[in-house]
Design a protein. Structure first.
Length: 365
């Protein structure tokens, strides 16, 4: 790009906001010029606002952001006047999140959101760039609804589905019909660390509010299609997905045990080859955050493991292993994804790169 786009992050002081800040340091296309959060943080420097609650471990606060003054995320005029687009990681209820993100869009500021509030808005694309990049075309219909020229909302999907949805995408030619996904999700998915979540110590929590509905439904929107007449994304009817979602004492990395049926009768060799060869538009365009290899298959019986594999391709790649026949389903496998890189901030940054490459993000006049 000829010049970097000016980026704002709303919800910048939370865990996902902090991940945005670190991942965007020295980004070749984007420059963080504005950070915003709740009223209690507004007026402080970013360094002051996250003092004592910086959750990125040994990764320091980027110098370019440390001294920025935190704005009130709800002061849309102030934030909008300083940026070309924003990343949204705000922590509000769904109704307030939708209202605030729409307000930014109506101020002609594109919003790339980590939140779930707009995931089922029919003309809001929910995108894994390697799987359904064409869905961004629905933004044209959203412009009509909002009455905007450049403002819109685009979202990334739920973090845990990244562990198995890419495999299903790679196997579409074999016509998957049924999926059972049992996820084992890291505590950072709740915005916490192991130190700030005593409830997870030596424990497994068998319930994550709202997670199973997301796990079962969101892949179907991703596998859906753009209906030009209805001006919306129509979700797919298959595969039918059922899930169980558990919280486990791991900092980063969502693991999934998945069982799958197909109409076709693929061999293990065909399934593994499809995983290894799968790539998409981000790889073709060589987007800055795109992994060279989207999915890796691991042959060892004890892989993937969080300890060894969560940072594959800087956390932007997916690891699959233990693919084997099942007595009830056709096949079963274990998947792993990094929940705050690919699953949250990193996935949203890659989506923004796709939007920029396709002309949906440009400098303001």
């Amino acid at each position: 790009m000829s010049e970097k786009l000016k980026v704002g992050i709303i919800g910048a002081t939370g865990m996902v906001g902090q991940r945005y800040v670190t991942l965007l340091a020295n980004h070749p296309w984007f420059e963080v010029t504005t950070v915003a959060a709740s009223k209690r943080s507004a007026g402080k420097t970013y360094g002051e606002a996250v003092n004592g609650r910086w959750k990125m471990g040994e990764t320091p606060i980027p110098e370019a952001v440390k001294d920025l003054t935190v704005l009130d995320a709800e002061d849309v005029d102030a934030v909008a006047s300083q940026v070309d687009f924003i990343f949204s990681a705000i922590n509000l209820d769904k109704a307030d999140t939708r209202k605030l993100e729409d307000e930014y869009a109506k101020h002609e500021i594109p919003v790339v959101s980590n939140n779930s509030a707009h995931r089922w808005t029919p003309d809001v694309p929910m995108v894994v760039p390697e799987i359904n990049p064409d869905h961004i075309e629905v933004i044209k219909a959203q412009h009509e609804r909002l009455g905007t020229q450049r403002g819109f909302v685009a979202v990334k999907p739920n973090c845990s589905i990244q562990s198995y949805t890419p495999a299903i995408a790679a196997w579409q030619k074999f016509e998957p019909t049924q999926v059972l996904a049992c996820t084992y999700q890291a505590i950072s998915g709740a915005g916490k660390t192991l130190e700030t979540a005593p409830e997870i110590q030596n424990n497994v929590i068998p319930y994550i509010p709202g997670e199973e509905a997301k796990s079962e439904d969101e892949p179907l929107k991703i596998f859906g299609h753009l209906d030009s007449e209805k001006k919306e994304i129509v979700k797919a009817q298959s595969p039918v997905i059922t899930s169980q979602c558990l919280r486990v004492p791991v900092l980063y990395g969502h693991t999934v045990a998945t069982f799958i049926n197909f109409k076709q009768n693929p061999s293990k060799e065909e399934l593994v080859e499809a995983l290894q060869e799968y790539s998409g538009v981000p790889q073709e365009l060589e987007l800055p955050s795109a992994p060279r290899q989207f999915i890796q298959y691991l042959n060892d019986d004890d892989r993937p493991q969080v300890r060894y594999d969560v940072n594959f391709e800087h956390g932007m790649g997916i690891s699959i292993g233990r693919l084997r026949p099942d007595k009830i389903f056709d096949w079963k496998f274990v998947g792993l994804s990094h929940n705050t890189a690919r699953g949250a901030a990193g996935g949203a940054i890659e989506l923004a790169e796709l939007l920029a490459a396709k002309g949906y993000l440009e400098p303001r006049d």
